[in-house]
Design a protein around this ligand. Structure first.
Ligand SMILES: *[C@@H]1O[C@H](CO)[C@@H](O)[C@H](O)[C@H]1NC(C)=O
Ligand SMILES: *[C@@H]1O[C@H](CO)[C@@H](O)[C@H](O)[C@H]1NC(C)=O
Length: 651
């Protein structure tokens, strides 16, 4: 992308008025005296930097496109909110000396780091400078570029720290979905590094001009190694015997073939195909069971630890495949074929949680997935989207994009969103979605399956009973939605391996995605309204519209909330526990229990006058913050679609 295009993209958000964007964390922060704490001074100063820099860009844009309307303050204000959300997340919840999100559990930490990488990629694309620059102190742009670059480096430093703080030995012993979040996280980070390098540092012919490469590139082999190791562990979760294929959730529990593990496998497989740069590091690793002497405590053996510490590099002959390995592509295609035909969608066109095999506990010869858990979560509608986008790019088959758009529309409809013709009826989906029967609408009379009033919500949100799992899901949905709606390439990224879109396809995809923008913005603004004085996001974005109402979403028949209700989880899975000493609950059992302590019932007795609905239950956490960051980033990227010409779409 040319510098000029970047400027224009940043500065010409068409058709959006400034006035409606009222409640922001920036406003909350601004009221605090700057002298209070050094951290706040730094944060505030930094916000100024971003703003000044963007203003500079604006005047440049005015010069190059004199007649373009300038709405850049709107974009600037989204960028500020996004940056504030990120800064709050990292300063409140990330501990550098440990390299950890101290209150997260392993899988949610992996997702948080993913949000950081993705957000940095968005910030990087918003800014226009080349490093190292001439650094002329009299030139504003140079000074500002250095400051913004410094900010990006600060957060990248935290990602690098997290690489070492991530408890990767523990995660190897966890369920396959836990393992796959790690793969997605490091692939995201690699993409950010590649993107930031390409936009702001030497590339190609420029290399001769003695411009150095960005220092973060030195981490790519390490990140790639971890992605590969975790992918190869997870790959073992695929099984053809039960349910005719698909990934198993957790090898230590009764068989459960669920949406999330399969969606993750599809997205991770296609991510490895498209973005894995190869791995020259053959330091040994062992799978979940291999060579674990102390199975009960699930500790890696000394041999494994020593091997890992040596970190041996292999010679060139034993290097693993580089990118575009057809095995990854085949895994993604198989995975989606199975998922699509598994019957895992309900009448609203949403993925339910998964399948059990009835009677398996007493008869291990049974293989048919015939017991469906009707529970619907937001993240089960999300992760597959980036997989579908990647499958299109690797195969050129348009059905993958069509499936993605259909799912997105089903989700938007299931939030009760009625604005816009396309959501009135699904033309691609002749079967009418079920109306929510009267008897099922107890609290939120408008509860539509995945939210109310056009705002995405988890079923546990209104009662404040989400645990760490549930608090993470909406952010995951928006992260993958954003990936799905990236403009399609007009030329193949890699000739012979990936596909480009025809002009017609690019226009169609871009036009469809632009139709979602209003809904995305509606959700992001709702999320912003839940921030408290410290700028921390709440979990239930729809809270403000429902003050005074209580607040429990009626459960659909046969819907078991394993993710937020430890009682249901253990009832279903732990019968097996005493027949095998290797079985056990999830890695975060304690957290699940803790998260369930407070329910909506408890709060009904509270004084409602000064209540913040989002202080109930687990309250504000790193997970709710990460979700807030993800929906703000979605707003930024969707607003950009309106000015992007990558889609070849000129209104
Ligand atoms: C750019 O142009 C817009 C609209 O003409 C104007 O409102 C704005 O102040 C200009 N910005 C700068 C920095 O000159
Ligand atoms: C176990 O399941 C298999 C496959 O459904 C069936 O053929 C067999 O009769 C079952 N055995 C018992 C003891 O129910």
């Amino acid at each position: 992308m040319s510098r000029k295009m970047a400027l224009r993209r940043l500065c010409a958000v068409a058709g959006v008025s400034l006035g409606v964007f009222t409640i922001t964390t920036a406003a909350a922060h601004a009221e605090q005296p700057l002298s209070d704490a050094p951290a706040q001074v730094y944060e505030a100063r930094n916000r100024d930097t971003l703003q000044t820099h963007l203003r500079t860009s604006e005047s440049a844009a005015n010069a190059s496109t004199p007649n373009a309307p300038s709405y850049s303050l709107y974009t600037t204000s989204i960028l500020q909110d996004l940056h504030d959300g990120l800064e709050t997340m990292q300063s409140s919840y990330f501990s550098i000396w440990l390299g950890k999100y101290t209150t997260a559990i392993d899988w949610t930490a992996a997702v948080m780091a993913t949000h950081v990488s993705a957000t940095l990629a968005s910030l990087s694309r918003s800014l226009t400078y080349t490093m190292p620059g001439t650094f002329d102190k009299s030139k504003n742009l140079d000074v500002e570029a250095q400051m913004v670059e410094n900010e990006i480096n600060k957060y990248f430093g935290q990602i690098a720290t997290y690489y070492f703080g991530e408890d990767h030995f523990a995660i190897r012993m966890q369920a396959y979905d836990d393992i796959l979040w790690v793969v997605l996280g490091w692939l995201e980070s690699i993409q950010f590094i590649e993107g930031h390098s390409a936009e702001h540092y030497a590339s190609g012919s420029q290399k001769e001009a003695a411009v150095p490469e960005w220092h973060a590139r030195q981490f790519i082999p390490a990140f790639a190694h971890r992605a590969r190791i975790f992918y190869e562990i997870a790959e073992k979760g695929w099984d053809w015997r039960l349910c005719g294929g698909g990934m198993t959730w957790n090898p230590r529990l009764l068989p459960y073939k669920n949406a999330i593990t399969n969606e993750l496998f599809i997205s991770a497989s296609i991510g490895m195909y498209l973005h894995f740069p190869g791995d020259a590091n053959c330091a040994p690793f062992l799978s979940q069971y291999d060579d674990i002497k102390d199975k009960k405590n699930r500790k890696p053996s000394d041999k494994l630890l020593r091997a890992q510490e040596r970190g041996e590099q292999c010679d060139e002959n034993t290097q693993t495949e580089s990118s575009y390995d057809p095995v990854y592509l085949a895994n993604a295609i198989n995975g989606y074929d199975w998922l699509k035909n598994s019957g895992m969608k309900n009448k609203q066109g949403l993925y339910v949680d998964g399948f059990h095999i009835a009677g398996y506990r007493t008869n291990h010869s049974k293989t048919e997935c015939d017991e469906r858990n009707e529970m619907v979560y937001t993240y089960n509608q999300g992760v597959i989207l980036s997989g579908l986008r990647g499958l299109w790019e690797a195969s050129g088959k348009q059905t993958y994009l069509e499936d993605g758009h259909e799912l997105i529309r089903n989700v938007i409809r299931a939030t009760g969103w009625t604005d816009g013709q396309i959501f009135a009826a699904a033309s691609t989906h002749p079967e009418k979605p079920d109306q929510i029967p009267e008897s099922h609408r107890d609290i939120l009379t408008s509860w539509a399956g995945l939210g109310a009033g056009g705002i995405l919500a988890e079923a546990c949100d209104p009662s404040g009973s989400c645990n760490q799992n549930g608090q993470t899901f909406k952010g995951i949905f928006f992260h993958h939605l954003t990936t799905f709606c990236k403009p399609l390439p007009a030329v193949p990224v890699r000739l012979g391996r990936t596909y480009a879109a025809s002009r017609e396809t690019r226009i169609l995809h871009a036009r469809s995605c632009k139709e979602y923008t209003k809904w995305v913005v509606h959700n992001a603004k709702a999320a912003l309204r839940t921030t408290n004085k410290e700028g921390r996001f709440g979990s239930w974005w729809g809270a403000n519209g429902h003050a005074g109402q209580i607040l429990r979403v009626r459960r659909v028949a046969n819907a078991m909330d394993y993710q937020n209700r430890p009682d249901e989880y253990s009832a279903r899975f732990e019968e097996e526990a005493h027949t095998s000493d290797d079985a056990g609950g999830a890695e975060d059992e304690d957290e699940r229990l803790a998260g369930h302590d407070m329910t909506g019932d408890h709060d009904e007795r509270d004084d409602t006058a000064s209540r913040d609905w989002n202080d109930r239950g687990r309250g504000r956490t790193v997970e709710t913050q990460g979700s807030g960051v993800a929906v703000l980033r979605a707003m930024l990227e969707f607003e950009r679609l309106g000015q992007s010409d990558d889609g070849g779409f000129v209104p």
